[in-house]
Design a protein around this ligand. Structure first.
Ligand SMILES: Cc1cc2nc3c(=O)[nH]c(=O)nc-3n(C[C@H](O)[C@H](O)[C@H](O)COP(=O)(O)OP(=O)(O)OC[C@H]3O[C@@H](n4cnc5c(N)ncnc54)[C@H](O)[C@@H]3O)c2cc1C
Ligand code: SF4
Ligand code: SF4
Length: 488
């Protein structure tokens, strides 16, 4: 090369082209779906799943995996679906996700919020592709336990956190007993309406536990029927995980709340799911702005057989914490939304006759960043109704869990240990939960590692990563390019 010759620029690889348009997810028509509890969303066909998976550009840094609280390797199952390998995709999914059948229907898909395609259009339908993996791959697999470690762990609560813990530790060879106060499993997932998921989905997931050393003890409320301290003192469990969540209703605290016709949302949703008769009138008002309120309005619509359902929320639409997908579903179904109205009292003599509300205006943001509602004087009005569903939050029941545990109650109500790995003030006893199914599982994953470390030390061994729960030789590792968790 002569001294003044210019080297040809190295050709750059063109960045992969983003297709911003999602393959359409079909659903039941509004006029059909609001008369019963049929599932609203349809699964992708195999062909559509492959087309949608091909939109994924297989980012070198897996933003989607980093945003998933259980680090589900969704990039890998999407790659396998794009190749038409559904059995492989199901295997990858179930290797890291023991509640995949539930999550492929109800996860709030934090992964999709972080998907790079979202910058240009609609993110990859990562949750719906998980469903395709399980529909068309072999999902009736059985988890394989490791060599028994001869150490027993008690789990209190069979919600997502408790089930995740049972799986995490049982596949490592621990012997697990799960105590549950109800006769069904799944925790608050039991209250999710059948048009989104059913108890059968929980059972499909739980069936894969069949070869693990997990004993389920139902109808047993630890702390009341079964003294908590007995677990370690008499039963010989070497560690305990408290995963009791928020099974109790939080009331409004306004006059008239005990009138017939006022229904706590959790009982209402649970009873409808279990086929227990619930009386719903023709003018229903639901109070709240979260996901429980969204499930309540849509359930009330189906139960009211042609009645009118109104949602009353004290802030504006922008402040509503509910999942936008659920809000959209409610709007499509004709729910009436009344924003900036706060309940003052429930009117009626022998039964609900109306809800007295006061208008609000928004003031400066509170500590959580949401604008505070401020009452507008002289703005009282009555909304005529015959049924009121109260969906303003849930709380834990700590009966029988003593002060020596020094539990912290989170802002959304579940108890947590304050130590590393959510350990309580009593060594070997841990407590955690989460604001959604997958967040509760993510917390349990962290606690499982802490319990494994605690029990391994007792055996004089170093803790090891989770083995392949499907009997393969590779233990758990983060996917290539993974940098750090993204929490949304
Ligand atoms: C109506 C509704 C809809 C929702 N929709 C979604 C959704 O679409 N997607 C999503 O990701 N999340 C959703 N959530 C939130 C999600 O269900 C919870 O975040 C999650 O279930 C929390 O899991 P957990 O295991 O921490 O607690 P929980 O689910 O509350 O489970 C705790 C379990 O412990 C049991 N228990 C409590 N005390 C005791 C005791 N003393 N002894 C024995 N057992 C006990 C309870 O009966 C329960 O089974 C919804 C919640 C509700 C209420
Ligand atoms: S579990 Fe939820 S957040 Fe994780 S990959 Fe699946 S849909 Fe996304
Ligand atoms: S972030 Fe989106 S495009 Fe990138 S690997 Fe994940 S799903 Fe595919």
């Amino acid at each position: 090369m002569t001294p003044d010759a210019v080297a040809a620029p190295t050709p750059k690889t063109a960045p992969p082209k983003l297709n911003p348009v999602r393959v359409h997810i079909t659903e039941e028509a509004v006029k059909d779906r609001t008369t019963d509890f049929r599932e609203v969303l349809h699964a992708y066909s195999k062909e559509d799943a492959v087309l949608e998976a091909k939109r994924c550009i297989q980012c070198r840094r897996p933003w989607c995996v980093e945003a998933c609280p259980i680090t589900q390797d969704c990039r890998e199952y999407i790659r396998l679906i794009a190749d038409g390998d559904f059995p492989g995709a199901a295997r990858v999914t179930l290797q890291e996700n023991p509640l995949a059948t539930c999550l492929c229907k109800v996860c709030y898909h934090y992964c999709e919020d972080s998907c790079v395609v979202k910058k240009k259009g609609v993110p990859i339908a990562i949750r719906h592709l998980k469903r395709a993996a399980l529909e068309y791959g072999d999902s009736d697999l059985a988890y394989v336990p490791s060599k028994p470690k001869n150490q027993r762990v008690a789990v209190v609560g069979a919600g997502p956190a408790g089930l995740m813990m049972a799986w995490e530790l049982a596949v490592r060879g621990y012997s697990i007993t799960v105590f549950e106060q109800e006769h069904r499993y799944g925790g608050l997932m039991q209250t999710i309406p059948a048009y989104r998921m059913t108890d059968a989905d929980v059972e499909t997931d739980r069936k894969r536990f069949r070869n693990l050393d997990v004993t389920f003890v139902d109808d047993t409320k630890v702390g009341r029927e079964y003294p908590f301290d007995k677990l370690i003192r008499e039963d010989g469990y070497q560690a305990v995980f408290i995963a009791i969540g928020t099974p109790s209703h939080r009331s409004l605290g306004v006059p008239g709340e005990n009138l017939p016709g006022v229904l706590p949302a959790l009982d209402f949703l649970k009873h409808v799911n279990q086929g227990i008769p619930v009386t719903v009138g023709k003018e229903v008002v639901v109070i709240g702005g979260g996901d429980v309120a969204m499930d309540s309005v849509r359930t009330a619509l189906r139960e009211s057989h042609g009645g009118r359902v109104t949602l009353v929320y004290r802030r504006s639409r922008q402040e509503m914490p509910a999942d936008p997908e659920e809000v959209h579903g409610a709007e499509q179904e004709g729910i009436r939304f009344l924003f900036l109205k706060a309940p003052l009292r429930i009117a009626g003599s022998n039964h609900v006759e109306g809800l007295v509300v006061q208008s609000m205006e928004l003031g400066p943001p509170d500590a959580g960043g949401r604008r505070t509602p401020i009452p507008v004087p002289g703005s009282e009005e009555t909304i005529a109704c015959d049924t009121v569903v109260v969906a303003v939050g849930q709380k834990a029941d700590l009966t029988g869990f003593g002060p020596e545990l020094d539990l912290k109650l989170t802002s959304q109500g579940w108890p947590e240990g304050k130590g590393k790995g959510f350990e309580t003030a009593v060594p070997g006893i841990f407590a955690a939960g989460g604001r959604s199914v997958v967040y509760a599982m993510g917390a349990a994953m962290e606690v499982a590692n802490a319990i494994d470390a605690y029990l391994s030390a007792k055996r004089g061994e170093a803790p090891a990563p989770r083995p392949d729960p499907l009997g393969g030789t590779e233990s758990f590792h983060l996917p290539p390019g993974y940098t750090a968790p993204i929490r949304v």
